[in-house]
Design a protein around this ligand. Structure first.
Ligand code: C5P
Length: 368
């Protein structure tokens, strides 16, 4: 390990990017004793990127001056700039491992919605791990970085790896789905404000408990979904009672989806998408129902809440279709902002390693 990497010189700057994730399948088990839920998920990385630059800031960590953390881009004011920031925790972890006390400045540029259910904070941590590993000359391989990533958050290992992967455990155990090459074009509808992931998981637990033991509601035919749809329009209160008498649906196995992802039919893939967190996100943010309806009416193959929400995703047959659906959603005014993206893309990687530390790379808006 070169000695001078531990000498704060205020010069070298390393920049890495990491992608947003979507969950094509998000099956959530019951709460575990550690507070997490067992997941069975199919992650896919999409073409929206967080960009993190780390550089020596001069001075020693813990000397009273915290590392400087600056955040730019959409939603930046909502991102903490103290040690709770996930990118800062990634830097702390590797700095300790390197036995370094160098102060490290962290610059984050947001390209992923904040608290939107697309792992923006996890992508910051993934990019920070990859960049800091290089800055400190640790030379950890991908497997070691993913192990450190799992200590920082359930989605962080996937943001390091990218592509399409099966996630188990609390989401941190990954198996890349090598054959899942089918490209997807997705409209991303951003909502005003965020949703807290722990709150959405807790709401799912609450809804499941309530529906397992509904108060004052007779148990109805659990297959009666169509009846409830019709009743929703005619009598929302009666529809709520029918819903309350049905256990929440649970996403099944992933085999059919994995098979469809190896083919090239976007409609076949769209028909198999599932998100167990959706009812909880809709319960906390009922306005999202209108967003989902608008996307369906605009002709999307499938619409669903992204992870814990409140971002909504609309799956389309190709890029032109996605642009047309995006235009309609945008015009309807149901979303704060609408973007078109595609996946899969790769994982976290370095885009610039600048020994002179000049402000950073010339990158386009995708962060590449
Ligand atoms: O792992 P991460 O820090 O991203 O998780 C944030 C929160 O989301 C957890 O504290 C927990 O409340 C919830 N969570 C969960 N089960 C998971 C992943 C996250 O309950 N598998």
């Amino acid at each position: 390990m070169p000695r001078d990497v531990f000498t704060p010189d205020g010069a070298r700057a390393v920049t890495a990017v990491a992608p947003a994730k979507i969950n094509l399948h998000l099956g959530v088990g019951d709460a575990r004793p550690d507070g997490f839920h067992d997941l069975l998920t199919v992650y896919r990385a999409v073409d929206m990127w967080e960009r993190v630059t780390v550089s020596f800031a001069g001075g020693a960590a813990g000397s009273g001056d915290d590392d400087e953390i600056t955040v730019t881009g959409p939603g930046a004011p909502q991102v903490p700039t103290d040690r709770t920031n996930l990118a800062a925790r990634a830097v702390d972890l590797l700095r300790e491992e390197a036995g370094s006390d160098a102060r490290i400045a962290i610059r984050i540029h947001k390209g992923v919605p904040v608290a939107g259910g697309m792992a923006g904070g996890s992508a910051d941590a993934a990019a920070a791990l990859v960049a800091t590993d290089r800055l400190l000359g640790l030379g950890l391989g991908r497997a070691a970085l993913e192990e450190r990533a799992a200590r920082l958050g359930s989605d962080v290992p996937f943001c390091v790896r990218g592509g399409t992967a099966l996630g188990t455990g609390r989401g941190e155990k990954l198996a890349t789905l090598l054959h899942a090459r089918a490209e997807q074009h997705v409209v991303v509808a951003l909502a005003a404000g965020g949703l807290s992931t722990p709150r959405v998981f807790a709401e799912l637990d609450r809804l499941r408990a309530e529906r397992a033991y509904p108060e004052g509601a007779e148990r109805a035919d659990p297959e009666g979904a169509e009846g409830a749809e019709g009743a929703e329009r005619a009598d929302p209160e009666a529809a709520a009672r029918v819903r309350a008498a049905r256990p929440l649906p649970r996403a099944g196995g992933v085999e059919p989806l994995v098979e469809a992802l190896a083919g090239d039919d976007p409609a076949a893939v769209a028909a198999l998408l599932a998100n167990d967190l959706e009812p909880a996100a809709l319960s906390l943010r009922p306005a999202l129902r209108k967003t989902l309806r608008t996307g369906q009416e605009a002709g999307a193959l499938h619409g669903m809440v992204s992870g814990s929400g409140p971002t909504c995703l609309f799956f389309c047959s190709d890029r032109d279709h996605a642009i047309a659906v995006a235009a309609e959603i945008s015009e309807s005014g149901v979303a704060r902002e609408v973007r078109v993206t595609r996946g899969p893309v790769g994982g976290a990687h370095i885009i610039s390693d600048d020994p002179s530390g000049v402000t950073g790379p010339g990158v386009d808006s995708t962060g590449k």
